[in-house]
Design a protein around this ligand. Sequence first.
Ligand code: BGC
Length: 394
Amino acid sequence: MKRKVLGMVLATSMVAATLVGCGGGDAAPAATEPAAETEAPAAEAEAEAEAPAADAEAEAPAADAAAPSGNKVGVAMPTKDLQRWNQDGSNMQAELEAAGYEVDLQYASNDVATQVSQIENMINGGCSVLVIASIDGESLTTVLEGAKSKNIPVIAYDRLIKNTDAISYYATFDNYKVGQTQGQYIVDALDLDNAEGPFNMEITGGSPDDNNATFFYNGAIDVLKPYMDAGKIVVPSGQIDFATVGTPAWATETAQARMENILSSNYSDGTTLHIALCSNDSTALGVENALAANYTGDYPVVTGQDCDIANVKNMIDGKQSMSVFKDTRTLASQVVKMVGQILKGETVEVNDTTTYDNGTGVIPSYLCEPVFADANNYKELLIDSGYYTEADLQ
Ligand code: BGC
C-alpha cells in the first residue's frame, strides 16, 4: 500500500512541478496544497489502475500519504578528496541547519559499499528527505527501494542516479553547457574560425560511471567536431571516443599517467600539443603535472571545471587556461529550497523536464548556470563574491 501511495504523492508533485527560468531561483514558489490533498486527475487514474477503486479509497487516507514528517535530512556526498564536495557538503549543512533542519551529512571515500550503507542508515535513522551525490550513478537501485518503501523522497544532487524510480528530483548545473563552455573557449583562444591549423589536441574525460561525464564530453565535442571534421583539429594519439578517454574516479594520478604515455608516444619528437581538453580540474591537474615533467614545447590551452584552489593558482601562473565556475553555494541553496518545498508539500521549483532520463523516465530537474572563469575574471567571480579569499589563492 505504501508503495502505491508514494506513487500517488510523487506523480502529484511531478504534475505540480513548475517550470521556471534559471534566474527564477529567487522567485517565491507558487504555494500549492499539500500533495496528498491535491491529487491531480492523472495521479488518481494511475492509482485506480493499480487497484480497485473501493480498495484505493479504503487504503489511502490522505494523512497516510505524506512522507515522514520529521525534519532530519540525510546528505550523502561521494568523497572528501575533492575540494568541491567538501564545499557542497558544508554549504548544504549550514543552509539546512539555518533553515531549522537536523542534518546527517556523510562522505563515502569514493567507495560505493560505504555510500550504500550510509544511505541505509539514513533511511533507518529517521531522515525525511535524502539528498545524494552518488559515486556510481547505477549502484543505488536496491538501497533506494528502502527509501521508496518508507515514502522518503530522494533528490539526486549534481549527479543523476540511474535506474530507480525512487528519485523525485534532480538538482545540478547545466552539464552539457559546461562542456560547451570548454569547447567554445578553445575555439576562441585559437581563433579556429580564421586560423589554418592543424592544431593538436588530446582529450581527458571524466569517470565513466558518472552520468555527468558524458554530458561534459558531448558538450565540448559538439562544439569542436566541425573543426575536427575540417582537419583544423587533429588528435595525434587517436584517442577520441568517450570510452577511450575516460578517467575512472576522476583521479588526478590516472589522468597524469595516461597523459605521460600520450606525451612520450606522440610528442617526444618535439611535436606541439596545442589543446588539452580536460573535463574537470582534478583531471586537468594530472595533465598539468604530466606536462611539467614530460613536455617542453609551447604550452597548450588547458581546460578544466570547478575552480578548485590548486587549479585557480595554476590559472594565475599560466598553467591552466580556464575553468568552469559552478558556485556550489547556488546549488546548495536551490536544494535546500527544494527540501523545504517537498516537506511543506509545496510546488517544487524545476526548470528542466526533458533532459535527464534516468532509465525510469525523465526526472524533473533544476539546472544552475555554470560560468567560464580565467585569469582575467577570477577575482570578480571568486574573490569579490566571497567564494575564496586572496589568501586562499596565495
Ligand atoms: C561534477 C564535477 C566534478 C566531478 C569529479 C562531477 O560529477 O559535476 O564538478 O569535478 O564530478 O568529482
